[in-house]
Design a protein around this ligand. Sequence first.
Ligand code: FES
Length: 549
Amino acid sequence: MKNRGVPQDQFDGRPVIGICNTYSELVPCNSHFRVLAEQVKAGVLEAGGFPLEFPVMSLGETLLRPTAMLYRNLASMDVEESLRGNPLDGVVLLFGCDKTTPALLMGAASVDLPTIGVSGGPMLSGKYRGTDIGSGTNVWSMSEDLRAGNISLEEFHEAESCMHRSHGHCMTMGTASTMASMVESLGVGMPGNAAIPAVDARRNLVARAAGRRIVEMVKEKLTLSKILTKDAFENAIRACAAIGGSTNAVIHLIAIARRIGIDLSLEDWDRAGRGVHCLVNLMPSGKYLMEDFYYAGGLPAVLRELGENDQLHKDALTVNGKTIWENNKDAPCWNRDVITPMKKPFKKDTGIAVLRGNLCPDGAIVKPSAATPKLLRHKGRAVVFENIEDFHTRIDDPKLDIDESCVMVLKNCGPKGYPGMAEVGNMPLPPKLLKKGVTDMVRISDARMSGTAYGTVILHICPEAAAGGPLALVRNGDQIELDVAKRSLNLLVSEDEIAKRKKAWQAPKPPLDRGYWKLYNDHVLQASDGADLDFLVGKSGAFVPRDNH
Ligand code: FES
């Protein structure tokens, strides 16, 4: 290590701190991470540690095909083995774009070193012709406007440039902002981690403080498993409901928890999130953006509301050595239009709802805060798309036999089926209905949905169609009944008929029979189990039994 000029006196047994960096030009959301890493490094040196930055596989939501989620578990293996194989005493994880956060936390959980997560922060608010526009959310709405002929392609491109005008990740309450909020509410990030814009100088201060603090954590032997307790996960679930967070958090939190040895389930999501209201008026559920959220007080103001309304395990320990309540009990709110009080919430009862029924025996989820209230109880005729290609081929056809009371059904988009469980569950509506002014329909699938998307969209149906779940057996014209209040989703077809269809069903061939895709297909778990690879669940600590020479 002396080949880059590290002085001899630095090899004196001081804590060696890894800075796990997901910087990549292929991941626009993380493109400022070199600066962030320098800040962490400065903090580590100031506290008397020995910082060593290293790259791991990074995952960009916008570029990776067929979906970044396919590679979350692969990136987590890279993180885990890098942390264990190298002589590190503690680690600061730098993440931003959606999947980078869970991938790094999953890998780190399986090693269980002292760990701090630092999020890269959201982009500044999009500004377009006098209005604020949000990443993802307005891409979806403007894509529909474009398809309906309401705007031109030039206007669409102009809006795109106005939307992405600074470093940072999506600035709606999408998956990246949700996961950054999960990091803070789990206690694995420094206070203020979630909302500070990427280009605000205070983002650098969070990174610097993490660098200083991780050195102390090594001395205190404050490992990740002391932070990531069941209470911490329940705090995160409630925080997710209170921010109107992304449905993707359900899968990621289950996967992270099971790596560290906590048995988190869909039932925990439904139970812990019940009765929690959405306090944050942010897109896609509301109108503001992450920049507004930060100026209004950010996640600390939300956590304070949860604590004052008995919805927070106050004693959960966080990485700065204080409890979550000590960190947030005096947090101010500067704008009650952006962050509402629990007594006058922005939306009521917004915890993720977990559905069961003969269509989803192992569960399905819906985000009520992003849905149309009157569609949360609905019965309709199924219009079935066998896979994503079938959907794209037929959805624009004016002759498609569909009206607004139908239930759109998409199959074979789950963990095995796509593969990687792509964010295609929020199927665009047929143009002929858009032109009529229809804005939402019940849509069901085994896919995920972007955290920036919205609508009455039932997701993560388990087991998925490609694994032989009942979703595979739905046919055009079947009646489907949804009742979110009763937590049910059922196919109104007789058991005999279902059994007959099941007998005739044939499993689809895996798309690739070699390499990582094969490993993934052979071992991926269903969404209800976090969609991790079965052999990665759990942890094996940081110890390596043999030396290298
Ligand atoms: Fe990276 Fe949205 S594309 S956070």
